[in-house]
Write a protein that binds this ligand. Structure first.
Ligand SMILES: Cc1cc2nc3c(=O)[nH]c(=O)nc-3n(C[C@H](O)[C@H](O)[C@H](O)COP(=O)(O)OP(=O)(O)OC[C@H]3O[C@@H](n4cnc5c(N)ncnc54)[C@H](O)[C@@H]3O)c2cc1C
Length: 357
């Protein structure tokens, strides 16, 4: 017998005319999708706002073809695309509602109340949504850093995410960057019979040493302390002039040089941030603004799909508990948290005192 019974949302809910949503989730990556499934499986009306035209987040947009091998239950691995599509289908089946190509602009507090709890207004690039809880799951790595020297070519052969296998199979590819994403991209190309020139600005690539060694063993050429000075078309190929020496001909370039921070969005939301710019949360995944939760890559050190799933699920359950339990219980939860923090402070002070003695 399953130990969790799905409480289905009724098919006849008029999602276009709800006075408010129980939960609005920002981002349809692994964290947002897992959170949405969990709230919908508890019969909470759930809306997911996604800036891109599809669900999936990083696995869909940054490494659709990569075989992900660290997801429990998939001993043969699963591609980023398949994993994204499966999770999305599960959410759609649970009657989660999606708005694509729509970006979060702000979250306002309102005077309207449900069960004494003030509603929030989520403002996006296309509309406004009243809701009881918001789960922020928009990842940290939204916009890839661009390389103007390649952008000026306006070429479809310059990629900021791993292209489809067929685009590079057997061809000569320049991979720009020295972090794990760039090394991953280089290995994927080499694994499909392509040739790779890895262009790294630093003297030593910051990505994993064993990946770099594998690239060299598979015949990849690694150019360190190297940048692209200029780029132009040469027939159907791209000719790159390198700062470290001769020029290089490639069929396509994959640029993986990091991402612009999502810090600006977080600051606009008036949330307390950690020193590294990520969102600060309490043990219930709640941010400094009550009723706003944050899950997945937007905070924390461990950036993995399974971790994003687990956090999305936990935040969704905390949101569900707050929505369905009496208001005074929420107060109690907050008090419990404060008491726990005071307890921690006292324990720390006591241990410092013990050391001094
Ligand atoms: C190259 C690479 C390889 C990786 N390989 C693995 C691996 O093998 N195994 C593994 O476990 N993890 C891997 N990871 C890490 C994993 O992909 C992330 O930890 C995971 O995707 C985080 O999920 P998330 O939902 O928090 O964020 P994301 O996946 O970033 O999803 C966030 C979503 O929010 C949307 N969004 C952002 N801003 C807004 C906005 N303002 N309004 C609306 N929507 C918005 C984005 O478009 C995106 O769809 C890899 C990461 C990279 C970069």
């Amino acid at each position: 017998m399953p130990d969790f019974k799905v409480t289905e949302l009724s098919d006849d809910v008029d999602f276009d005319n709800l006075p408010y949503w129980d939960v609005v989730i920002i981002g349809a990556g692994p964290a947002g999708l897992a959170a949405s499934l969990t709230t919908a499986h508890r019969a909470l009306t759930t809306l997911v706002i996604e800036a891109k035209d599809r669900a999936g987040g990083q696995p869909q947009f940054l490494y659709a073809d990569k075989r992900i091998v660290d997801i429990p239950g998939f001993p043969d691995g699963i591609s980023g695309e398949e994993l994204s599509q499966r999770t999305y289908r599960q959410a759609v089946d649970a009657l989660v509602q999606f708005r694509f190509n729509e970006e979060l602009a702000g979250i306002e507090d309102t005077d309207e109340r449900v069960n004494e709890e003030p509603l929030k207004r989520v403002v996006t690039s296309k509309g406004e949504y009243l809701c009881r809880k918001v789960i922020i799951a928009c990842g940290l790595l939204h916009f890839p850093r661009r390389l103007p020297v390649l952008d000026q070519l306006e070429s479809s052969n310059v990629h900021y995410k791993n292209p489809k296998i067929g685009d590079y199979e057997g061809r000569n590819v320049a991979v720009v960057g020295g972090g794990d994403s760039a090394l991953d991209a280089a290995l994927m190309v080499l694994g499909r019979g392509g040739q790779v020139d890895l262009l790294v600005r630093e003297q030593t690539p910051i990505g994993k040493g064993d990946s770099l060694q594998q690239i060299r063993e598979l015949g990849g050429r690694v150019h360190t302390a190297t940048e692209i000075a200029s780029a132009r078309f040469s027939g159907d190929r791209i000719e790159l002039t390198l700062t470290s020496g001769p020029s290089l001909l490639c069929s396509l370039a994959i640029v993986q040089i990091g991402f612009l921070s999502a810090k600006d969005t977080f600051q606009r939301l008036n949330l307390t941030l950690n020193d590294d710019g990520s969102i600060s949360i309490d043990p219930y995944f709640e941010t400094s603004r009550p009723g706003l939760f944050a899950v997945g890559d937007v905070h924390g050190d461990i950036k993995l799909i399974a971790v994003a799933w687990a956090e999305g699920i936990q935040a969704a359950i905390h949101a569900f508990n707050e929505i369905t339990s009496p208001y005074w219980l929420n107060e109690k939860r907050l008090k419990d948290h404060k008491i726990a923090l005071i307890g921690e402070k006292i324990a720390r002070a006591a241990s410092r005192g013990a050391v001094r003695k």
